[in-house]
Design a protein around this ligand. Sequence first.
Ligand code: AHR
Length: 635
Amino acid sequence: ATVTLKPEKSKKISGHLTGIFFEDINYAADGGLYAELIQNRDFEYAPADRGNDRNWNSTHSWALTDASSATFSVETLRPLHPNNPHYAVLEVKSAPGAGLVNGGFDGIAVKKGEKYDFSLFGKVLEGKGGKVAVKLSDKDGTVIGQASVTITSKDWKRQKAVLTVTADRTDASLGIYPQEAGKFALDMVSLFPQSTFKGRKNGLRADLAQALADLHPRFVRFPGGCVAHGDGVDNIYDWKGSIGPLEARKPLRNLWGYHQTRGLGYFEYFRFCEDIGAEPLPVLAAGVPCQNSGTCAHHSTDELTCMGQQGGIPLEEMDKYIQDVLDLIEYANGDARSTEWGKKRAEAGHPKPFNLKFIGIGNEDMITDVFEERFTLIYNAVRQKHPEITVIGTVGPFHEGTDYEEGWKLATRLGVPVVDEHYYVEPGWLIHNQDYYDRYDRRKPKVYLGEYASHVSGRRNNIETALTEALYLTSIERNGDVVLMTSYAPLLAKEGHTQWNPDLIYFNNTEVKPTVGYYVQQMYGQNAGTEYIPAEVSLSNPSDAVRKRIGVSVVKDDAGDYIVKLANLLPVKVSSRVKLEGISPAGASASATLLAGNPQSEEVKPVSSSFVVEGQEFGYEMPAYSFTVIRVRQG
Ligand code: AHR
């Protein structure tokens, strides 16, 4: 292949082309990115979280060590906070002895020498109270970290201690052992590593957060996906319930079949975006829940059944809902002293604005009258009060063969600046639809490809899926004037708790396992440009089948480097010559990052090498089934 650049035809493209989609699916938040180690710390698990499973209740993950000398019950009288109505009551008849133990999320993983912040809210219900030992023990009962707190108050009071761990373990549990007989009320029992990402309190698991930062995402979309609009009006993600003191946050049923503490809430999402230099992209419901229905079942990959009446937030309650949307913008950007919600942000420790620029309204909702009415009200209100914010609408759920007709019509009519498209497809779809945005009517709204992924049978990802994503993204860069943003979905999945496949990163309590698709996203994220340089690609075999399996994209970044992306989905190597005449001085240093492997392979990592571009062109042999990013440095 000969690649001849046409710099005279270059065009500006979006500087936000690759970002990440974060949704609390597959235990991505509690038990995942959120570094809390105690499961059901708030005693708020409820059967309704999990299809009325009676074992999923306030006692879940907790056990009494000795039922003969103590009892454990759950009560709701005079709770710590009305949003957090359940708490544990531990009645110890003879002390010291029995304790209440939590096994974390599949065990508590701890590291030798590291410090862990323990805290709880406690009060004495009967007796005079006293010292309470806190012990981390391994499976054999060996204590590997301990401290104590004192509970003597008759009112709820927070107690804290630090535990230093003496051994590496993946299976530890945390026990609370009153040293005096009596009746104790306990709530919000927490254990956090001090070594969270960037050392943040109430922070994120360092290794997982780093894996996300390494993608160099230009934006982070949160909190979903379906989690954003919920599976009923009462399950819509209310952002206000996710901020403020942890004990006052409103836990929420997760439509993926578990519980959201929302310890990872809007404040933490904004802070994470700032920590990794990504734009925050909150997505709020358009006043309607998942597919406009209160009875949507979305508990397995790609199976979405919606029955019953279509519905949304009653129209008479929409003013309040719209105010919540406007308040979010004020929470993110409002003045810390003179605005109500800006003050709340400052109280949480962030007086400076978060500089919110984008807001998503709706998530692949069915474009019904119910949707249209509510979306239009929200959209007009945001546009009027905050013209500086770019609203991203939605064009509905994608089915192969449809083109989201109703969604496009509505968005075009309203003049919505950007719309969110989703597609989960097989590799062939990406190969055969590289012209999807070439054919795009440029007068219409711009596009955020908010969820996409390619999968082979068994809903797996491998080199074949990753390379088709890389290939397709060359066509996205080519259309980076209309496609402003993209995010692979879903992002995270905890082994043993996965509702959806494939995902970009699998993990367990101690390991992060990026997929091959992760490396494609990383190669794009770390090699993004803001100018697209069209190239003429001449192939010795220009058949349609060959042409569709070779992808070339050349961009220039803000530092002036030229970045050449070459995808080869053919079973044979392809020699190429890339001509840089008139744009790059001879003698430029270059690096090549290569991801290549057998199509079925799931375990390949990219390798990098460097070379010097001697003249004004260079030769490169694309291995069979490969994706290469070549960066030609200027200066
Ligand atoms: O990414 C998984 C799910 O796919 C999202 O929650 C939803 O928006 C889509 O249907």
